[in-house]
Design a protein around this ligand. Structure first.
Ligand code: IPE
Ligand code: IPE
Ligand code: MG
Length: 232
């Protein structure tokens, strides 16, 4: 089979869990549960196809103001997959990096996330960034404040180094499910030249085949980065 030009770094805004469940007369928490299962399926397939870096938006800084009952259900899912069933994450054979402000999370969940980061720290073949309590504006502001505190002017490279994604190349391709066309405070600085893809599928129903279709769409795009188009 002829191989296509793949993005190095794919980021997913995994949106639509709640609506997917509600439409099936199920509680939103069921949608989150199926959403996590789909995360394993889609991340596994992306790595299998040859994508090296995957970033998933699991919980935004703004999501932290959702009803406590929904947050508790999400924390219970994190508890399950970072601890009790951590082999599901380990099976991805990727270095796990949790990105965001974890302070709002229960301490045992924070500890299991750090433990899994340590356990996978030696893996170099694939990287999975999991954004939790993450907000791009908050990240940009903490980076600016750090530069000010250091009394330094920054350029693009030194600014990147102050962001929570330090050392990670910018996303080439951002896929958002859930039939919304916005970034919702995700990777705003790093997304400057990302190709964007919006799917009307809700995250739990976004399939391996949908991922392949998105990657074929990506391969057909001409990334000019402000320059004039070369020969395709
Ligand atoms: C995305 O699904 C997952 C999180 C934000 C935690 P939603 O929970 O936003 O689902 P919808 O958009 O309400 O359907
Ligand atoms: C974006 O989804 C955040 C995640 C997928 C984690 P939201 O459901 O929070 O986005 P909005 O509120 O529709 O913009
Ligand atoms: Mg949503």
């Amino acid at each position: 089979m002829k191989t296509i030009r793949l993005p190095v770094h794919v980021a997913f805004i995994m949106d639509g869990n709640g609506r997917w469940a509600t439409r099936r007369l199920r509680p939103r928490a069921y949608g989150h549960k199926m959403g996590v299962q789909n995360m394993f399926r889609i991340c596994g397939h992306a790595f299998h196809l040859g994508v090296r870096i995957v970033t998933v938006f699991a919980l935004s800084a703004e999501n932290l103001s959702r009803p406590q009952a929904e947050l508790d259900e999400l924390y219970e899912l994190f508890r399950t997959f970072f601890d009790k069933k951590k082999e599901k994450l380990l099976e991805l054979n990727a270095k796990i990096h949790v990105i965001g402000d974890l302070a709002a999370l229960p301490e045992d969940v924070q500890a299991s996330m750090h433990a899994l980061e340590a356990e996978t720290a030696g893996i170099t073949s694939a990287l999975l960034n999991i954004c939790v309590g993450y907000g791009a504006r908050q990240d940009v502001l903490q980076a600016v404040n750090k530069a000010v505190a250091l009394g330094r002017f920054v350029d693009d490279a030194s600014f990147h180094a102050l962001l929570l994604t330090a050392g990670v190349p910018d996303p080439d391709f951002i896929i958002r499910t859930g039939n919304e066309r916005r970034l919702s405070n995700f990777l705003l600085y790093q997304a400057a030249y990302a190709e964007l893809y919006f799917s009307s599928k809700m995250w739990p129903e976004f399939s391996r085949r949908d991922l392949e279709k998105a990657l074929v769409d990506y391969a057909a795009r001409s990334r000019r980065f402000g320059n004039v188009g070369g020969k395709e």
